[in-house]
Design a binder for this molecule. Structure first.
Ligand SMILES: Cc1ncc(COP(=O)(O)O)c(C=O)c1O
Length: 403
């Protein structure tokens, strides 16, 4: 008898949805389409030669360790390096026991979900928020409370109001998930005032904060703001970090900073997940930092992305109708465009593909897909010429819809 697999899957797996982005991106896989859709770094910038040199040394001279299993917490020398980096950034009390290496921050999101979320637990997310985060929380059957954002990040006044409402119904909120810098997808940054507010709220209402910050180091304009984990000196904050945007996503490496008791639980969760992150890439990343290559690489990344971002904003200014608006990111990889409410960007997507340009539909970034008048544009992967031409093609189809 052949098995009916649908009947065998767990309840949890039934709540899993395919990412709308990945499904749509399948349509985009044609060379004549200009994609402003993806969320990838510019591969031309990857420090290939340097990584090749470091790798040769790592494998030839330390291959025994680099090709062996490592500790679940991560290779001690990489963790020490990351602790030193964290302390020099301003997390004063940071110790080795507060840090675990992960298989990039997507695993961080999965592990955090695994140790905190029971089925039907409630969590707070920004609206819009990172699709991969929503997917991870959804896989553990979370309920979502959404809080809107403006140019200063999450609206902390609405956050407090929604927390009060939720708690007054006897519902416990497990955590608040925020992406404070150059948010994916909105491109906005949480202001200093709101950083203080979100921490006050966390302490007053006894709710942990998950600070997911893959883009903080990719600031190409404006003043650096302290991270939440730094401001709270770890405290109530669980900070997710990654090498994906500051070095290369192909290494699949990240780390989490949190209270020692949270790290201990994460270690148990990670053991069941993958035993340890790849030892080889941990040694490579460590050498990349220790040999001082990170600073030059980040300078190049920031300079290149700023030019591309400027190209995109100029093109939007030049071609987009006055009925539209967009965010002006000081870093990161995305611009978030708002179109009039009568334009459904889900429906517009097919027309965009006909015009040979792709974007990500705004609805993908809401837990219930409720918002349909936004689009996310990426400026890091396409060339400047593609950005200009892609925005021009998009403007044409949007203009045709303006009433
Ligand atoms: C906000 C956010 N969190 C997490 C990730 C996952 O990145 P990675 O697993 O490569 O570290 C991304 C990737 O784009 C992201 O934008």
């Amino acid at each position: 008898m052949s098995i009916d697999w649908q009947k065998k899957f767990s309840e949890r797996s039934l709540t899993m949805k395919a990412s709308a982005i990945r499904e749509l991106l399948k349509l985009v896989d044609s060379p004549d389409i200009i994609s402003l859709a993806g969320g990838m770094p510019d591969p031309k910038l990857f420090p290939k030669e340097t990584i090749a040199e470091i790798s040769k040394d790592v494998f030839l001279n330390h291959g025994g360790k680099a090709l062996q299993y490592g500790a679940t917490e991560g290779i001690p020398s990489l963790r020490e390096t990351l602790v030193e980096e964290g302390k020099s950034e301003g997390i004063k009390n940071l110790k080795l026991e507060n840090l675990i290496v992960t298989t990039a921050s997507q695993q961080g999101l999965d592990l955090v979900s695994k140790i905190f979320i029971n089925p039907n637990d409630t969590i707070v997310v920004e609206a819009p928020s990172y699709v991969g985060g929503l997917q991870a929380f959804n896989a553990f059957q979370a309920n979502f409370v959404t809080v809107p954002m403006d140019d200063e990040g999450i609206r902390t006044d609405i956050l407090e109001q929604k927390i009060k409402e939720t708690q007054s119904k006897g519902i416990n909120i497990k955590f608040i998930y925020t992406i404070p810098n150059f948010q994916n997808p909105a491109g906005v940054t949480l202001s200093l005032e709101r950083r203080k507010e979100i921490l006050r709220i966390s302490h007053e209402y006894n709710i942990p904060i998950i600070e997911d910050d893959p883009y903080g180091e990719i600031r190409f304009e404006g003043e650096r703001l302290p991270s939440l984990v730094e401001m709270d000196n770890i405290g109530n904050v669980i900070a997710l970090r990654t090498f994906s945007k500051i070095l290369a996503p192909g290494l699949r490496l990240g780390w989490i900073i949190a209270d020692k008791s949270v790290i201990q639980k994460l270690v148990l969760a990670k053991q069941a997940s993958d035993l340890c992150s790849p030892s080889s890439t941990q040694y490579i990343a460590e050498e990349f930092i220790k040999k001082g290559y990170m600073r030059n690489y980040l300078d190049l990344v920031r300079k290149t992305y700023k030019e591309k971002k400027d190209t995109m904003l100029k093109a939007l200014e030049k071609y987009f109708p006055k009925e539209t608006s967009w965010t002006k990111p000081e870093g990161g990889m995305f611009v978030w465009v708002t179109v009039p409410e009568y334009i459904d960007t889900d429906k517009l997507f097919k027309e965009a593909i006909k015009e040979k340009v792709a974007y990500v539909v705004g609805s993908a970034f809401y837990p219930n897909g409720e918002d349909k008048h936004h689009i996310r544009l990426n400026f890091t992967l396409p060339s400047k010429e593609e950005i200009e031409e892609g925005v021009k093609r998009l403007a044409k189809i949007i203009k045709a819809k303006i009433q």
